[in-house]
Design a protein around this ligand. Structure first.
Ligand SMILES: NC(=O)c1ccc[n+]([C@@H]2O[C@H](COP(=O)([O-])OP(=O)(O)OC[C@H]3O[C@@H](n4cnc5c(N)ncnc54)[C@H](O)[C@@H]3O)[C@@H](O)[C@H]2O)c1
Length: 258
């Protein structure tokens, strides 16, 4: 039997690139997907597609930076399907693209509020709702363990996601709940398109070629496959892990220094 069959799984940021691709893969694997996003444009199409690919899916609009809305999302999943087995805490926003010294306090807080506080709100309400046993995956980033210029707000938020993942793994393990993170490289999604103007931008493709050992952009599905595995019983002895899905960025350099 498929190890995701009939599991109830929340996906945040489900109308975005990585969230949407992962939600589809989870539905293909037999999961009831409780999709969520801060916006709702296209949510009907997504629910229709997920329900056609797998068992019944649902959607709730929620801003995960607001604790009441993160809690309401968990309550919605439990009311609709009777339990919660898994969650992919994936919603996030990019950096403001400025040197640290030029970032305003408001800009820094905005990114931390959504990317880090939002994941905290989700974990806080998902863990008790799972009872005994479950699996949670948070989306960090290669920038959750590395740094580059002009992204201090994002880097701080994604390092925080790694710390939250380990803290939650330690505290939730006695209840049989596993908590892991995926650390994607540069993935071809609307977020990256917004930063670079286009997924065909030479700057973006050159950047991916020089950064990723595999020499290309990551596809959203390539992150989704790792998430699907972590959410499944096949990853039953994996917890507190920070799983790189970044084409080898943290392993070494593709080009010899000139
Ligand atoms: N694309 C990349 O290169 C890349 C690399 C590493 C990590 N990530 C991370 O992956 C995750 C998904 O990113 P993506 O590339 O699919 O971007 P995306 O912009 O396509 O999707 C992000 C989704 O999150 C939603 N969202 C934003 N703020 C929210 C909030 N407060 N509450 C609920 N939903 C909210 C957006 O509406 C959007 O649908 C993010 O956490 C991002 O930081 C992306």
């Amino acid at each position: 039997m498929n190890s995701l069959e009939s599991k109830v799984v929340i996906v945040t940021g489900a109308l975005g690139g990585i969230g949407g691709a992962t939600a589809r893969l989870l539905a293909d694997g037999g999961a009831h997907v409780v999709a969520s996003d801060i916006v709702d444009t296209g949510c009907g199409d997504l629910v229709g597609e997920l329900s056609a690919r797998g068992p019944k899916a649902t959607f709730l609009t929620a801003d995960i930076a607001r604790e009441d809305q993160a809690r309401a999302l968990v309550e919605h999943a439990v009311e609709r399907f009777g339990r919660l087995d898994g969650a992919f805490n994936n919603a996030g926003i990019p950096q403001h693209g400025k040197p640290l010294v030029d970032l305003t306090s408001d800009e820094f807080s905005t990114v931390l509020r959504i990317n880090a506080l939002g994941v905290f709100h989700c974990l806080k309400h998902q863990i008790p709702a799972m009872g005994d046993g479950g699996s949670i995956v948070n989306t960090s980033s290669g920038l959750g363990v590395l740094a580059m210029p002009d992204a201090a707000d994002y880097i701080a938020s994604k390092h925080a996601v790694c710390g939250l993942t380990r803290a939650a793994a330690v505290e939730a393990a006695p209840a049989g709940i596993r908590v892991n993170a995926v650390l994607p490289g540069i993935v071809g999604t609307p977020m990256v398109e917004a930063v670079y103007g286009s997924l065909d931008s030479p700057e973006l493709l050159d950047g991916a070629r020089s950064l990723h050992l595999l020499g290309r952009l990551c596809e959203p599905d390539e992150v989704g496959h790792a998430v699907r595995w972590l959410l499944s019983d096949e990853a039953s002895f994996v917890t507190g892990a920070l799983i790189p899905v970044e084409g080898g960025v943290t392993a070494g350099r593709r080009l010899a220094p000139s």
